[in-house]
Design a protein around this ligand. Structure first.
Ligand SMILES: NC(=O)C1=CN([C@@H]2O[C@H](COP(=O)(O)OP(=O)(O)OC[C@H]3O[C@@H](n4cnc5c(N)ncnc54)[C@H](O)[C@@H]3O)[C@@H](O)[C@H]2O)[C@@H](O)CC1
Ligand SMILES: Nc1ncnc2c1ncn2[C@@H]1O[C@H](COP(=O)(O)OP(=O)(O)OP(=O)(O)O)[C@@H](O)[C@H]1O
Ligand SMILES: [Mg+2]
Length: 362
């Protein structure tokens, strides 16, 4: 499908309106149609950083980019002296075990740096003192390996706006079983959930856990996507049609949003496919996906609060996903410019503030 920059494909259920309205590239059943529809854009000009990145691409792609940037800006809550602590996001991260303490920390601190007010980490007992020692800013609950973990977490759910499930969770059956229970109670409350890493392992074992839950966003990397595909589609993957595969997996899961990370990030709600080609770097250190899932935890809450009227009828969760992918890749690029091959995820997290304001602050 598409040519560089940002393109949007719509297919499957025949919803072409959003793509056509912006003159995007529309791919359908192997055919690719380029629709050059002139439109005007409102809002602030494209940030210089994005103009640099996208100046080589065709005008319609640049305009799509500008449009999505404006949609992300539309969901970002305005700073206000009238707000109280917690209003811009209270996010939960479910993950952290004996082996992995970095991943939940990266996800949680990213959520805070993007703009959440409070972040709670629900982790295994042994991981808690380690995660606390990384940051005094995180609230850490050492309850995930207790027998009644799901009920313990459920007590906190009324205070939370979204959950990020899976970074550093590990694959211990007791923990996975508790997380299955946490997903059930979260669904019952209609809480948005971003599922990543070992949370995706669990979903691949039990797809019914999120089947049809349209407030779930899955963020698989290459391997995790293949695993989900095998579990849900159970057939060969068309390796020449990456966006078609994302669309199909999302549809098969009942329009759960799927974000397939890679050289370009492809995301679909089963109706449309958005592409994020924001320049990153060649550095692939561990933890970048955790930065993405933590950022998305906050942006998913903001997007659902803003609603489709602020996202031009594109699914709010797709807009949030596009924003979080763009931000993560920009952090990667900025950190790489400073640190080159020694870039680590901590360096990227240091860039979150500057990257966010370049991209999305008006
Ligand atoms: N500092 C930390 O604590 C970190 C912990 N992490 C955690 O580690 C656990 C396991 O995550 P993994 O991502 O390793 O598990 P996966 O089972 O997804 O990956 C297994 C292997 O696949 C490889 N792989 C990934 N992308 C690939 C690609 N495009 N092509 C070929 N091979 C590829 C990885 O190098 C890894 O060795 C999760 O809980 C995760 O959150 C990671 O988030 C990284 C950072
Ligand atoms: N080849 C690539 N080129 C540019 N960016 C990439 C590439 N692969 C992944 N990314 C970006 O890196 C971020 C994390 O994706 P990645 O595939 O590394 O996740 P992950 O394997 O889950 O990471 P983690 O180590 O945190 O588990 C995403 O924003 C994605 O866009
Ligand atoms: Mg990962």
């Amino acid at each position: 499908m598409g040519v560089g920059g940002v393109t949007l494909a719509a297919r499957g259920r025949g919803k072409l309106h959003a793509a056509c309205a912006r003159g995007a590239v529309v791919a359908g059943a192997g055919a690719v149609a380029l629709l050059a529809v002139a439109i005007t854009f409102s809002g602030s000009p494209l940030p210089a950083v994005l103009q640099r990145t996208f100046s080589l691409y065709e005008t319609h792609s640049l305009k799509d980019m500008e449009h999505y940037v404006n949609l992300v800006r539309n969901i970002v809550p305005a700073p206000s002296a009238k707000k109280h602590k917690g209003q811009d996001g209270r996010i939960g991260v479910v993950g952290g075990c004996q082996e992995y303490t970095g991943a939940p920390y990266f996800a949680a601190i990213s959520a805070l740096k993007v703009g959440a007010d409070l972040v709670h980490v629900f982790c295994a007992r042994e991981a808690a003192p380690v995660i606390k020692s990384y940051s005094p800013e995180l609230i850490v609950h050492p309850i995930l390996d207790s027998r009644d973990a799901a009920q313990e977490v459920e007590k906190w759910l009324p205070r939370l706006h979204s959950l990020v499930v899976g970074p550093g969770l590990g694959r211990d059956d007791l923990l996975l079983n508790s997380v299955g229970g946490i997903l059930e109670v979260s669904k019952a409350r209609g809480l948005p959930v971003v599922i990543d890493a070992d949370g995706l392992w669990l979903v691949a074992q039990q797809p019914t856990l999120i089947q049809g839950y349209q407030k779930a966003v899955l963020t698989p990397n290459h391997i995790e996507f293949s695993r989900l595909w095998e579990a849900v589609i159970k057939g060969p993957m068309d390796t020449k049609d990456d966006s078609g595969c994302v669309l199909r997996l999302s549809q098969a899961l009942g329009n759960v949003t799927v974000v397939r990370k890679g050289e370009q990030d492809l995301m679909s709600d089963g109706q449309q496919v958005l592409v994020c080609n924001q320049k990153g770097s060649s550095r692939r250190c561990g933890g970048q996906g955790d930065l993405l899932s933590g950022s998305l935890g906050v942006m998913a809450h903001w997007a659902l609060l803003a609603g489709p009227e602020r996202t031009d009828s594109i699914s709010p969760l797709l807009v949030a996903a596009w924003g979080a992918c763009t931000l993560t890749r920009e952090c990667n690029q900025q950190a790489f410019q400073k640190h080159g091959r020694s870039t680590t995820t901590s360096d990227m997290i240091t860039e979150v503030g500057a990257a966010f304001s370049k991209l999305f602050e008006t």
